[in-house]
Ligand binder design. Structure first.
Ligand code: IPE
Length: 255
């Protein structure tokens, strides 16, 4: 099984509140279907989640009264995005069912624990469960933000996928910020040592950490028998080629 995270930067325009990238998502869903691989899908929140979550500091848990309304709004918005994605998946021929993180699971001081039974049942009847970055209740902090990457980590521990693919809007990890430095080089394979040398300010401005944090998560999950890959989903056919096992432009995490 291949675990895929559709990142918020590719499924939405992160700069504009609730801007859905319909064409890109529709194509990515067709690319997944065409690969004929068994997949589980998680998606991020992009501008359906990060904008309000950041404004109201929801990642800090309950710290002020005006957050309650924001919790409800973020929860509504990410479900709206999830519905749009489920629609594209079904239109592409993938029988997908939503498993809303905040409605199904609770965090304990930021730690997510997933009971896999529901997902196992869906998988056993040929359905693809889809989870997403969400605002989730927290036994210690009242609530918190659970990123898609954290869900991926949890699912990887439970379902032992052969491969984990993070679909983003960049070709991979660069040695310098490509937006500032013209001669920034793409790193085909990242390990702990290389990651240490990559400037950590090269993170995007969101509440769940950006590219650096993602690479850390990827390094935690990869092994000799499991590839963890960051790929650019804005390029036509790249995800499809990767799913089919071809060599594509990307960054792989290596222990
Ligand atoms: C964030 O999830 C969830 C909320 C802000 C509610 P992610 O961190 O996985 O989202 P992206 O992929 O970065 O947009």
């Amino acid at each position: 099984m291949i675990l895929i995270k559709l990142g918020g930067s590719v499924i939405t325009d992160k700069k504009e509140y609730k801007r859905f990238n319909k064409e890109v998502v529709s194509r990515l869903c067709r690319e997944i279907k065409d690969s004929e691989k068994d997949v589980m899908i998680v998606h991020g929140a992009g501008s359906f989640g990060h904008v309000l979550a950041k404004e109201f500091e929801l990642q800090k848990g309950r710290i002020r009264d005006d957050q309650t309304d924001a919790v409800a709004r973020v929860s509504r918005d990410v479900r709206e995005l999830n519905n749009l994605i489920i629609k594209e998946l079904i239109d592409a021929g993938i029988p997908a069912v939503s498993i809303p993180t905040g409605a199904c699971f609770i965090m304990n001081d930021n730690e997510l624990h997933i009971d896999p039974k529901v997902m196992q049942m869906y998988i056993s009847i040929g359905i693809v469960p889809v989870m997403f970055g969400d605002v989730v209740t927290d036994t210690k902090k009242g609530f918190g933000i659970c990123s898609g990457d954290r869900i991926i980590k949890c699912l990887a521990d439970i379902f032992s996928p052969d491969k984990i693919i993070f679909v983003s809007d960049i070709d991979g990890i660069y040695d310098r910020d490509p937006k500032i430095s013209r001669d920034a080089k793409l790193i085909a394979e990242v390990n702990e040592e290389i990651l240490e040398q990559i400037p950590s300010e090269m993170t995007v401005d969101d509440v769940t950490g950006g590219v650096h944090a993602k690479m850390r998560t990827m390094l935690d999950m990869c092994s000799d028998s499991r590839d963890c890959i960051l790929v650019n989903g804005t390029v036509d056919g790249r995800l499809n080629s990767l799913l089919k096992g071809m060599d594509v432009v990307c960054t792989r995490a290596r222990k």
